[in-house]
Design a protein around this ligand. Structure first.
Ligand code: Z5A
Length: 231
């Protein structure tokens, strides 16, 4: 009987603007890793299956006015409620491939302008304010940013009816992601890998697969500790 504790899984995050192919790639990656007998689980945020996620879903699908700070805090709460399970899953040796996380939270809220915001919210929602509720969340071991410009994104079928699916907002969101990447690069803690998401699905998958296996090896060879977001 082996008494050694399993090496922890890697926490790999896919981020990007709408339509960049996160959902497609999470599903391909999970299949790929399972075929290599690597224990893997998929997470996605918002997780619309919880009570908090239900409120977020209603917000995204309607035009009801909700205070922008309140909805930002709900997105963060939706991550915090998942955090214990996420940490436990990693500790059991399962790698997590996650579709959106705190970077999306900060990028979307901070990209809002008056026309996207509730009339109730006064004042600018700065990057610092948007980051603060997520400080201390389990941090990913790598961020894979699927980079796609807005013209390419729009060629991938019409937007649905959700609240943030608007061209100008999505362009600002992409800029905010770049700012968050540069914050992480200055801190030197969480590596970002920018992948050209305009390639074919198979090419994107090939680019990502190498990053993912490299990250799993790095995490498991050094049994790297799980870090905390922006802490
Ligand atoms: N949001 C927030 O405000 N705060 C937060 O804290 C969080 C999120 C976590 C819902 O997110 C909204 O919540 C989102 C951000 C905000 N608003 N927006 N916009 P979501 O993750 O539930 O929904 P989404 O980002 O809109 O997901 P999506 O539309 O499913 O996009 P995707 O996952 O990146 O793409 P996909 O479904 O894989 O692919 C889209 C289409 O492109 C599909 O037809 C594919 O077949 C096609 N596709 C995919 N890859 C390719 C390639 N390589 N070539 C050609 N076509 C492709």
């Amino acid at each position: 009987i082996s008494t050694s504790t399993p090496k922890r899984g890697a926490f790999i995050l896919l981020e990007g603007v709408d339509r960049c192919g996160k959902t497609t790639q999470v599903s391909l990656l999970v299949k790929h890793l399972l075929s290599l007998s690597i224990a893997t689980a998929a997470y996605r945020f918002p997780d619309r299956t919880t009570q908090v996620g239900g409120l977020i879903n209603e917000y995204l699908q309607s035009s009801v006015q909700t205070d922008d700070r309140a909805i930002h805090l709900l997105f963060s709460a939706n991550r915090w409620e998942a955090a214990p399970k996420l940490v436990d899953t990693l500790a059991r040796g399962t790698t997590i491939i996650c579709d959106r996380y705190a970077y999306s939270g900060v990028a979307f809220t901070s990209a809002k302008r008056d026309e996207d915001r509730s009339s109730m919210s006064g004042g600018e929602l700065t990057l610092d304010w948007c980051i603060s509720p997520d400080v201390g969340l389990p941090a990913p071991d790598a961020v894979i940013f699927l980079d796609l410009d807005q013209d390419e994104a729009e060629k991938r079928g019409g937007y649905g009816g959700e609240r943030y699916e608007k061209r100008e907002l999505q362009i600002r969101v992409r800029q905010r992601f770049a700012e968050l990447q540069s914050i992480d690069e200055k801190q030197g803690r969480i590596p970002w890998h920018v992948v050209d998401a305009s390639q074919s699905m198979e090419e994107v998958k090939e680019s990502i697969a190498g990053i993912v296996t490299g990250t799993i090896e790095r995490v498991q060879s050094k049994t790297a500790p799980l870090r905390r977001m922006w802490a």
